[in-house]
Ligand binder design. Structure first.
Ligand code: ADP
Ligand code: MG
Length: 641
């Protein structure tokens, strides 16, 4: 007998119905915060404070100065399918509020210990309703100003499986911060505060200026690079900002799209965005944007997704084209190159660390990348000596400074106060490499060799061709360098001997909330690979220590890359594989690139290190680093034999 046959059909109790609904809408503390914030916005609040304890798992308290809930409707507010926002089915197709289903409070109260206090302008006092796991206590009066305060304690206390699924405090806090960010970006005019365990994470004054609010969250890196756009097509108005392609991300999480002041995700519009940026970003990079769409409520169905994150447009195609053409026109009339160059100049210390030696065709795109780390720095001048010296002309040599090849007895000096001046060190290194070869006569000058003094010939600024006993070797310069760095890093990490350097001035890095949370949560793992991070308030973390080997690379950017990788892989890999993945990624970023012109000394240093590699034949991703053409094969091909 199957289960179906043994059990009759029953009407489920309201409590079970609510728990099922809660399962759909309330996934984690951040969902509660999202729903409560939306209610406050719908209630016309101009001031909202959210206070959390333990990532919201212990307590979420939200206070607003909105219209309040009349005492005689308090119980109804926590009843499922009870709402003041729509009346009939037709209203569903002209929803002008964030909420409309009337199930959030009921769902939340079913799976927590809830307290709701509310007072309307018409009432001389507030009223309070306590609900434990859906069971209500009698309403009682309480003193309070006009508005609503809702406290949600012990979320999921009566659905233990759910509670068990909660992630760490940091992670949950990160999700909440993201939910908070979305509402705060949609409503810059509302004064909003977010506190966690008594500490202020965000304190945002209400503002008319959207860019100001954007800056509050993402700092000058973003707010200095906003490009305003706006267009109207019939009843559809598009406005907001796209971000200069010099700043991009490895995922699309920083694409903030608001429809009638509701945060939404929309694949088609994300696609339009990528199309508009095509050619302006390297592959694998995503644009950042803050866009507002306004259209009549009837032109969109918001009732298609449990968390109301996705919507269905009546005329999606038209909106797609409008977004694409608005951005394309904007980019055509905006001098992005000049902008990127300007940034580069203002951040000379960093661009010096990240040499730009692209082939002409790629110059523009790569220049954008190179200027990316600028904004974090302009606000906080570094006292790191070698970063503030040098021009782009000697940058190729910089890449090969000894920090990259630590067995050359190096003291990466960019952040050690005693060393004073990095510049001589670097020259010394280059000269040493130089003289080593010439004095030992390792590479006899061959007048027919275009690369004169070098052990190999560089072609297309990408491959190195060298003579070996057996024949001829063609090396992929990036793949080989990546392999060398990877092996050195891995060896040091495994031996627990990775040298790190404390930064004189720790580098603040502002991240999206979920990433900031992930960074802090994984701080032990990061420490293993030499990156020490500390919380700095809000979504900013401080990088206070950094692998000495990577001294020439911008810590903020490296951290961003690492964290993006972490977010992708941490769920599917164990610690060791994760460390390995991160080392791959770091090596890849730190290695010279295809297209970098190398000096003879650099070519020789690279070849010398090739000898020391355990597996010099493959890059960490498994691609070959070199191809061998045997003498015999050459002879055969030239029909000598
Ligand atoms: P919905 O928002 O879909 O209507 P909810 O369960 O979130 O459903 O809320 C139920 C009702 O409670 C709302 O329709 C609104 O009238 C009232 N309400 C909830 N939160 C507040 C608040 N902070 N201020 C004023 N009224 C509120
Ligand atoms: Mg609601």
């Amino acid at each position: 007998m199957t289960q179906l046959q043994t059990h009759p059909i029953r009407q489920l109790s309201p409590s079970v119905i609510n728990k099922i609904a809660a399962g759909e809408v309330i996934e984690r503390p951040a969902s509660v915060v999202k729903e409560l914030l939306e209610n406050s916005v719908d209630a016309g609040a101009t001031k909202i404070e959210v206070s959390l304890e333990q990532g919201g798992a212990e307590l979420i308290r939200l206070t607003d100065n909105g219209c309040g809930i009349p005492a005689d409707q308090l119980e109804l507010a926590v009843t499922s399918h009870a709402t003041s926002k729509i009346e009939d089915a037709d209203d569903l197709f002209r929803v002008g509020t964030l909420g409309f289903r009337g199930e959030a409070l009921a769902s939340i109260a079913e799976v927590s210990q809830a307290l709701i206090r509310s007072r309307t302008t018409g009432q001389g006092t507030g009223f309070e309703l306590v609900i434990n796991g859906g069971s209500r206590e009698p309403i009682a009066p309480c003193g309070m100003p006009v508005g609503t305060t809702i406290e949600i304690r012990q979320l999921f206390y009566n659905t233990p499986v759910r509670r068990k699924f909660l992630r760490t405090t940091q992670t949950e806090k990160g999700h909440i911060a993201e939910a908070f960010t979305r509402v705060a970006l949609a409503h810059p005019e509302i004064q909003m505060t977010l506190l966690h365990n008594g500490k202020t994470i965000h304190q945002l004054p209400g503002t008319e200026s959207w860019s100001e609010r954007i800056g509050e969250f993402f700092g000058p890196e973003i707010s200095d690079n906003l490009i305003p756009i706006s267009s109207t097509n019939g009843e559809i108005a598009l406005s907001g900002f796209v971000v200069n392609p010099s700043v991009s991300r490895a995922n699309n999480r920083m694409q903030y799209l608001f429809l009638n002041k509701r945060y939404i995700r929309d694949r088609s519009l994300q696609h339009a965005l990528s199309e508009a940026y095509r050619g302006l970003l390297m592959t694998g990079r995503f644009p950042i944007c803050f866009l507002r769409l306004r259209m009549p409520f009837e032109a969109v169905d918001v009732n298609v997704h449990p968390a109301k994150l996705e919507v269905r447009f009546q005329n999606g195609g038209q909106i797609y084209s409008q977004l694409l053409s608005t951005l394309r026109n904007k980019f055509l009339t905006t001098d992005l190159t000049a902008h990127a160059n300007l940034n580069q100049r203002s951040i000379q210390p960093i661009s010096a660390d990240r040499p730009v030696l692209p082939p002409v065709a790629q110059q523009e795109t790569i220049a954008f990348q190179a200027s990316a780390p600028s904004r974090d720095w302009t606000s906080m001048p570094r006292e790191v000596v070698n970063r503030s010296s040098g021009s782009t002309s000697d940058t190729a040599a910089r890449k090969f400074d000894e920090s990259m090849f630590p067995q050359a007895d190096s003291t990466p000096a960019w952040n050690s106060p005693e060393s004073g001046n990095q510049e001589p060190l670097q020259h010394e290194r280059i000269e040493r490499a130089d003289s080593a070869h010439w004095q030992t006569g390792k590479a006899a000058p061959d007048p027919t060799n275009l690369n004169q003094r070098s052990l190999a010939l560089q072609v297309h600024n990408t491959y190195l061709i060298s003579e070996t006993e057996e024949g001829m070797l063609v090396i992929d310069q990036h793949a080989l360098h990546e392999r060398i760095i990877y092996e050195q890093l891995r060896e040091k990490v495994l031996a627990g001997k990775l040298e790190t350097q404390g930064l004189l001035v720790p580098e603040p890095v502002t991240l999206p909330p979920t990433e900031a949370a992930a960074v802090l949560e994984q701080s032990n793992l990061l420490r293993k690979i030499g990156i020490v991070v500390e919380p700095f308030g809000g979504d900013t973390v401080l990088v206070s220590s950094y692998p000495a080997m990577l001294a020439n690379h911008n810590p903020a950017e490296m951290l961003r890359n690492v964290i993006e990788k972490l977010m992708e892989d941490s769920a599917k890999l164990d610690q060791r594989d994760l460390v390995d993945e991160l080392l791959h990624m770091i090596s890849c970023k730190a290695a010279i690139k295809a297209g970098d012109k190398l000096t003879p000394e650099e070519i020789d240093t690279l070849l010398e290190h090739r000898q020391l590699c355990q597996d010099s034949h493959h890059c960490p991703h498994g691609r070959p680093t070199s191809l061998v053409f045997s003498r015999e094969e050459l002879d055969r091909r030239f029909k000598r034999i």
